[in-house]
Design a protein around this ligand. Structure first.
Ligand code: PAF
Length: 273
């Protein structure tokens, strides 16, 4: 596995690689969820690039930028064992200049749900993903469905800016007790981890109600909120795949999304139906 820290050196190197490149952008602290992205990238491409960059522009003031879990040595080992060809570990200066060009997330879809509690977050995500895609120039790039709004906005960016990369959504990986894998799970105490299980439980209840067929979205959301009590719920929403509100679940075109605060940790989860 080759390791690069400089964006231009990596870009030049990858221009000499005439293979199908799959790209997995991450912020490190790699877990099974990331591994499933890497595995899919390996299955579908001849050459796999993983980036680890804790992108400062997607953190708001007071968020966990400085505390974000860092596991560089373990991450390198994981990438090596997973058969990654190139690991890109840039520092902030290698990605951002002093007087920056940046992207603006769309006004509605970028500032609802997670974008409402984290205004500006998705502009930072789109800017860094655009930069990383331009450095790596992959055929396909892999993103987890757990971050459904991020995935939606990146797909929209690629479409609206006429980019050629294919964005590949990858299913959420869960711990054996149902909690969706996230680098931020390490912040949870044992008690908080237990409380966080209400999230996947609320999605299970939603599935049961959907299967019984005669419940409106509002009724499903109410039942989910009851299951989530007493956690602080940021949102529970039922949307179609274009991120528009749905009054009635349409199988094959629905995402049920939830965000809660467990202690001071913000956790996301969702269900694609
Ligand atoms: O999902 C993430 O880890 C990050 O938001 C991403 C896509 C790597 C951009 O920094």
């Amino acid at each position: 596995m080759k390791i690069f820290t400089n964006s231009l050196v990596l870009k030049e190197y990858l221009q000499t690689v005439s293979l199908k490149i799959g790209f997995v952008p991450t912020m490190g602290a790699l877990h099974e969820g990331h591994l499933s992205l890497i595995k899919k990238a390996k299955e579908e491409n001849d050459f796999v690039v993983v980036s680890i960059f804790v992108n400062p522009t997607q953190f708001l003031k007071g968020e966990d930028l400085d505390a974000y879990p860092k596991k560089d040595a373990a991450d390198k080992k994981i990438c090596e064992l997973a058969g990654v060809d190139v690991l890109f570990l840039p520092n902030a200066e290698s990605i951002y200049g002093s007087d920056e060009v940046s992207l603006q997330a769309p006004h509605v879809r970028g500032y609802v749900l997670e974008g409402r509690s984290r205004p500006g977050h998705f502009s930072g995500v789109l800017t860094v993903v655009m930069k990383l895609l331009n450095i790596v120039n992959p055929h396909k790039a892999y993103f987890g469905k757990k971050d459904a709004q991020q995935l939606h906005l990146i797909t929209l960016m690629v479409k609206n800016l006429f980019m050629s990369v294919a964005i590949v959504p990858v299913d959420t990986v869960r711990e054996s007790d149902g909690l969706a894998m996230s680098s931020r799970n390490v912040y949870l105490s044992t008690k908080e981890h237990e409380e966080a299980l209400k999230i996947s439980k609320s999605l299970k209840i939603a599935t049961q109600l959907v299967m019984q067929k005669n419940f409106t979205s509002n009724e499903i959301k109410k039942a989910m909120r009851e299951t989530l009590t007493p956690l602080e719920v940021s949102y529970v929403e039922i949307l179609n795949r274009d991120f528009e509100l749905l009054e009635v679940v349409e199988l094959g075109n629905t995402i049920i999304l939830v965000e809660v605060l467990v202690g001071s940790t913000r956790l996301l989860d969702n269900l694609w139906l």
